[in-house]
Design a protein around this ligand. Structure first.
Ligand code: ADP
Ligand code: MG
Length: 237
């Protein structure tokens, strides 16, 4: 089943009494287990599209089905429930709480979910910290970690509610190339474990970790290419 199905999605913003169309007639299907990269230049609408896929925002027109459910007319409360259940987010700037420990940051999404005990959640979070190689950093604060380590914490946080869909908006945008590679390897491993991953990037090397790539330009989805083609052409691009 398609975990995400976007049909004729448009998104407009009102600016100074004028309506600006930022997404134009987007059609996109994302299957469970897919690893999709969305590429496009700055201002092309990548984050706007990600916000709709992630139920952080609703389209102006069109239909969006998440896990078979049409969500474009849901209320904010309904959207946040759905987000918590299905989606883990990773952002360029990590968005960790500075005064909370690594473990507390990873546990944050579990605070909004009723089921399960604290102990179970903590054990789950510690397992995830081990998975991302940070089991010995659980009591550190984010500013005591490198950028790559902070993004690993964010990945653990994205996984803590066992979401099936991971959305990553420029996750390597603040990282050097070696660390970027490590983060992308980790996302690819999560995809190998069955998570559906949607990655936004303007970097071809980052996109080459995905299984398929779509391009967005001026709010329109353009050609799709096989990520293998990008790999074959190599890092010279
Ligand atoms: N809340 C908003 N209000 C008005 N315009 C916006 C808003 N968010 C984004 N835009 C505009 O939409 C376009 C696409 O933005 P965005 O999706 O952030 O692009 P990208 O992530 O590809 O850089 C830009 O021209 C931006 O100025
Ligand atoms: Mg963006």
């Amino acid at each position: 089943m398609a975990i995400c199905l976007l049909k004729n999605i448009t998104k407009s913003y009102e600016l100074g009494g004028e309506s600006v169309e930022v997404l134009k007639d987007i059609n996109l299907q994302i299957e469970t287990g897919d690893f999709l990269a969305i590429m496009g230049p700055s201002g092309s609408g990548k984050t706007t599209l990600m916000n709709i896929i992630g139920c952080l925002d609703v389209p102006s027109a069109g239909e969006y089905y998440l896990a078979g459910k049409e969500v474009s007319h849901l209320s904010d409360d309904e959207l946040s429930l759905l987000r918590n259940e299905h989606i883990g987010f990773i952002f360029q700037s990590f968005y960790l709480l500075p005064y909370a420990t690594v473990l507390e940051n990873v546990l944050l999404p579990t605070l909004y979910v009723a089921n399960g005990s604290n102990r179970e959640a903590t054990e789950g979070a510690l397992r995830l910290l081990k998975l991302v190689g940070l089991e010995d950093r659980a009591k550190f604060k984010p500013n005591q970690l490198s950028g790559g380590q902070q993004q690993r914490v964010a990945i653990a946080r994205a996984l803590v509610n066992d979401a099936e869909l991971i959305l990553a908006d420029e996750p390597t945008g603040q990282l050097d190339s070696k660390t970027s590679g490590e983060i992308m390897e980790l996302l690819a491993a999560m995809n190998g474990h069955g998570k559906t991953v949607v990655l936004i990037t303007h970097d071809r090397i980052t996109a080459s970790y995905a299984k398929r790539v779509v391009h967005i330009s001026d709010g329109r989805l353009k050609l799709e290419e096989n990520a293998q083609d990008i790999q074959d052409r190599g890092a010279v691009i």
